[in-house]
Ligand binder design. Structure first.
Ligand SMILES: Nc1nc2c(ncn2[C@@H]2O[C@H](COP(=O)(O)OP(=O)(O)OP(=O)(O)O)[C@@H](O)[C@H]2O)c(=O)[nH]1
Ligand SMILES: [Mg+2]
Ligand SMILES: [Zn+2]
Length: 291
């Protein structure tokens, strides 16, 4: 029998959204804008948790859930992480869980009601540029539609990359898929705060846990990166990824010893040099494809 620390239930925000929608970016933005003791639980489906490393650099209180998906294969890991938080003498006053990009947030909702915790809300990020394509691709439609239908609050990301026409299509699709759920534009200072205190939660919505999971439809592989490798060489590795690639990320060593962070989201590729403050050990390239 585990007693909640002091009878309080710590609010839990579940942050979902498809692979590469911008979840880690938002977690970092939210954490940067608050000095409240917030614990971040970060799920990365690959064998290396690049996201947790990037969050931890800026925010000490980070627990990683690696090599699987919290809504299915790693549900036990999530339970264990919540146990760890519950046993602390100084509990956080809020928990943010970055779900994997293939997680069904509804399957995680019951865990947010574990002893000592309560669900604050399910926030689902939507990539304004790529959402229409994902909805029309049979390999990804189920996943993205399931995710947005579980949201208490939808947040559009990548509005800077989407053409006005594509962003408008994304808004129309959302309006046709989900009714009565607020849609915010990329979190600015106000919206980021709103993510943590959702007054808008809809009633009901406790998950039945269906099987098979969205995760089962995806394959996660790792590709060793040449060491060292310059930006052009890394670009070549990324160009050689199969067309079914939905997401890839990894940290490479440049010839001068600096670190290059490679990020692939659908057809979009980005390589940037990590600042000294973000310095990380190199990793393989984690690649997620549709099966
Ligand atoms: N231009 C632009 N890029 C963005 C925005 N949000 C995120 N990105 C970029 O998109 C890529 C993926 O962002 P992440 O925050 O890692 O996405 P994620 O949802 O955590 O990805 P997974 O955890 O792998 O599913 C990175 O290269 C980000 O820099 C945005 O609003 N605008
Ligand atoms: Mg992430
Ligand atoms: Zn899952």
């Amino acid at each position: 029998m585990i007693a909640p620390w002091d009878g309080r239930r710590v609010p839990v925000t579940l942050l979902g959204g498809f692979l590469g929608a911008g979840k880690t970016t938002v977690v970092n933005e939210v954490l940067a804008r608050t000095d409240r003791p917030i614990a971040a639980l970060v799920n990365d489906v690959g064998a290396v948790n690049i996201d947790a490393a990037l969050v931890r650099r800026r925010h000490g209180d980070t627990i990683e859930l690696t090599d699987g998906c919290v809504c299915c294969s790693l549900a036990g890991g999530l339970a264990a992480a919540l146990d760890t938080l519950r046993e602390r003498p100084d509990p956080p006053d809020h928990v943010i869980v970055e779900l994997s990009g293939v997680a069904d947030p509804g399957r995680v909702v019951p865990w947010a009601g574990s002893d000592g915790f309560r669900l604050d809300g399910v926030v689902v990020l939507v990539d304004a540029e790529q959402f229409p394509e994902r909805v029309h691709d049979p390999a990804t439609a189920d996943a993205v539609i399931t995710q947005v239908r579980r949201a208490d609050l939808l947040v559009l990301t990548k509005l800077d990359l989407a053409t006005p026409a594509t962003a408008a299509t994304t808004r129309e699709l959302l309006a046709s898929l989900v009714e009565g759920v607020p849609v915010l534009d990329s979190p600015d200072a106000v919206a980021a705060a709103a993510l943590l205190d959702l007054a808008t939660r809809r009633p009901g919505g406790v998950a039945d846990v269906p099987s098979p999971s969205l995760f089962d439809a995806h394959e996660v592989t790792t590709v060793p990166l040449p060491r060292p490798v310059d930006e052009a060489g890394l670009g070549q590795v990324l160009a050689g990824l199969p067309p079914s690639t939905l997401r890839a990320k990894g940290i490479a060593v440049a010839p001068d010893g600096s670190r290059l962070l490679a990020q692939v989201v659908g057809r979009r590729r980005e390589v940037r040099t990590l600042s000294d403050a973000e310095m990380q050990p190199p990793t393989d390239l984690v690649v997620i494809t549709a099966r």
